[in-house]
Design a protein around this ligand. Structure first.
Ligand SMILES: Oc1ccccc1-c1ccno1
Length: 246
C-alpha cells in the first residue's frame, strides 16, 4: 500500500518510522510519502492560511497550495499506475471512523491524507479534489483536535495493522475489539496471583472450549455495559438465546 500525507508539520509523522508500521515500511509492505504543504507556496513567508470570508475567528487554509500539492500527489499516483486514488480528509465534521471503514481502506492500493489546520481547508479544495479523486471526510471521534495530523496517525495505524504481514499473529487481528463487532474482554498473564488478585480459574483450566465460551461471554457483557449500541448493530442471529440473556 502507498500512503501520501499532506501536512504543514511532516515531522509530526516520525511515529510512522517506529514499531509495527516502521517494520512494515522497511519490508516494503507500506510506503509512506510525506508532502509539506509549504513547499507549494510561492511567497517569501510560505503562507498557507488567510482570513475567512464572511468574518469570524481564526484562519482558513488557502486553496492554491492545496490544489498544487494534490495535483502533484495525483500525478505521483498516476506514475505508480493508480488512477482512482482515495483522499481521506480528517475533520470533526466527517463520518465516524469504524473498523469496517479501516478494513475497506486496507483494501485500497493508494491512500492520501489531507491534514487541515486552523479553522479548516477552503471548501473548494475538496470540491476540486472530487473532480479527480474519491474523497472521504472522516472523524475519529466527537472531540476537536488542533489539526488532522493526530487523526491521520490513528487512521494510518488502524489501516496498516490490517495489512498482511504487519501484525505477526493475524489471528489476534481477527479477535480484536470491533473485529467481531464486540469489545474485547479482559486479558491476563503471569503471575496467576498478583497483589492478592487471581486470574479467572477457567483460563488456567486448559479447557479450550470453556475458555472460548468464557471469553465470548466476557466480550458480550462488556459490550452490553459500555457500548450497547454495538450489540444492536450485530447481524440478526449473531448471539445465541443464552448470549442474548447475558
Ligand atoms: O478536530 C480536528 C481538526 C482537524 C482535523 C481533524 C479533526 C478531528 C477531530 C476528530 N476527528 O478529526
Amino acid at each position: 500500500m502507498h500512503v501520501d500525507i499532506v501536512s504543514i508539520f511532516p515531522e509530526y509523522f516520525r511515529p510512522l518510522e517506529l514499531s509495527l508500521i516502521g517494520k512494515a515500511r522497511a519490508r516494503g509492505v507500506l510506503d509512506v510519502h510525506l508532502w509539506d504543504l509549504r513547499d507549494f507556496t510561492h511567497d517569501p513567508h510560505r503562507t498557507v492560511d488567510d482570513t475567512p470570508y464572511g468574518g469570524g475567528p481564526g484562519m482558513v487554509m488557502r486553496p492554491e497550495p492545496w490544489g498544487e500539492t494534490l495535483d502533484a500527489v495525483r500525478a505521483e499516483a498516476a506514475r505508480l499506475g493508480v488512477d482512482a486514488p482515495l483522499l481521506i480528509v480528517p475533520t470533526p465534521a466527517g463520518e465516524l471512523l469504524t473498523q469496517r471503514a479501516a478494513e475497506r481502506y486496507a483494501a485500497e492500493p493508494w491512500l492520501a491524507f489531507a491534514c487541515g489546520r486552523y479553522e479548516g481547508i477552503d471548501e473548494r479544495v475538496l470540491l476540486d479534489a472530487r473532480r479527480h479523486m474519491r474523497v472521504e471526510e472522516v472523524s475519529i471521534g466527537d472531540y476537536v483536535l488542533a489539526g488532522g495530523e493526530a487523526a491521520t496517525l490513528v487512521i494510518v495505524e488502524a489501516v496498516a495493522r490490517l495489512l498482511p504481514g504487519v501484525v505477526g499473529n493475524q489471528a489476534s487481528v481477527l479477535d480484536d475489539s470491533h473485529a467481531q463487532g464486540l469489545l474485547e474482554g479482559p486479558a491476563y498473564t503471569k503471575p496467576a496471583v498478583w497483589r492478592g488478585l487471581e486470574v479467572p480459574e477457567v483460563l488456567l483450566s486448559g479447557n479450550h472450549a470453556a475458555i472460548a465460551r468464557w471469553r465470548r461471554e466476557q466480550a458480550i457483557r462488556r459490550t452490553a455495559v459500555r457500548r450497547p449500541e454495538l450489540l444492536d448493530a450485530l447481524p440478526p442471529g449473531s448471539l445465541t438465546p443464552h448470549e442474548e440473556a447475558l
